[in-house]
Design a protein around this ligand. Structure first.
Ligand code: ZN
Length: 80
């Protein structure tokens, strides 16, 4: 474990990880949620993405709300 995010390496390919953004999509059967501008850690070599913990929590809530509203398509973006 290290406290320095800047020294993280991709577990899949060993590439350098960089802070970036991604688009998250979830298909929960009766509908689809798309969340844009999601803060994520992205591998500069293979493109693998890890969504940040606090962003993942927000997305979880968005998906839950969309299910409760029975949304067919929900598109939104997170503030960076
Ligand atoms: Zn990688």
């Amino acid at each position: 474990m290290t406290a320095k995010n800047a020294s993280q390496y991709c577990y899949a390919c060993g590439g350098t990880l960089e802070q970036g953004e991604t688009t998250f999509t979830a298909d929960f059967g009766s509908g689809v949620v798309v969340v844009r501008n999601v803060p994520a850690t992205v591998c500069s070599q293979c493109g693998m993405e890890w969504i940040d913990d606090d962003a993942a929590e927000k997305i979880e809530k968005i998906v839950k709300d969309a299910k409760e509203k029975h949304s067919v398509v929900e598109v939104m973006s997170l503030p960076a």
